[in-house]
Design a protein around this ligand. Sequence first.
Ligand code: ATP
Length: 202
Amino acid sequence: LVFNSIKLTGFKSFVEPTEFLIEPGLTGIVGPNGCGKSNLLEAIRWVMGANSAKAMRGAAMEDVIFNGTKTRPGRNQAHVTITVDNSARIAPPAFNDEDTLEIMRIIEKDKGSKYKINGKTVRAKDVQLLFADASTGANSPALVRQGQISELIAAKPSNRRRILEEAAGISGLHSRRHEAELRLRAAETNLDRLEDIVGQIE
Ligand code: ATP
């Protein structure tokens, strides 16, 4: 998956609209402690659908919104947009004619967050599956948080297996299987009801 750029507005310390262009090759981000390097990585994880406050180093999901400094008031919303090259046609069918995908997540205070792909509102799951199918995503082992290596060493085998499954690009299948099982169960219930009704008529 090739990222072209990432734009942040009101996200953590990035209060002003900030755009990072990601050129081909290796990208390094350097800067003094506290300048926002980890916040940028968190923004990438967040726009891919990260849903736990812990992964975002906050107590609540809304903590990603710029909460002000001594001289600047906090904001009411944050958004992050990541632009991805779609020449490999990795997108869901509805977007797969497009050469680039703009995936956006917006959070507003007291309103929760929503997602858009190329301006169209989509479900969190659509964004999560898109990245999971491309073997990346909010929980991807390619994104290494501070302290994560020691967590990995101490992890239970079942958790370690999940990490390997992410790396193998099959984690999207688990959530599709779950959706399919739910649909199957609903169909079985309908069938049971139908049999009851048929029984009553006979
Ligand atoms: P280090 O090298 O120490 O890990 P870093 O460059 O990775 O530093 P970050 O941890 O990304 O820095 O940034 C921390 C800064 O972001 C702190 O100054 C913190 O006050 C600020 N920050 C975090 N969340 C918010 C928020 N919601 N609103 C405003 N500022 C925030």
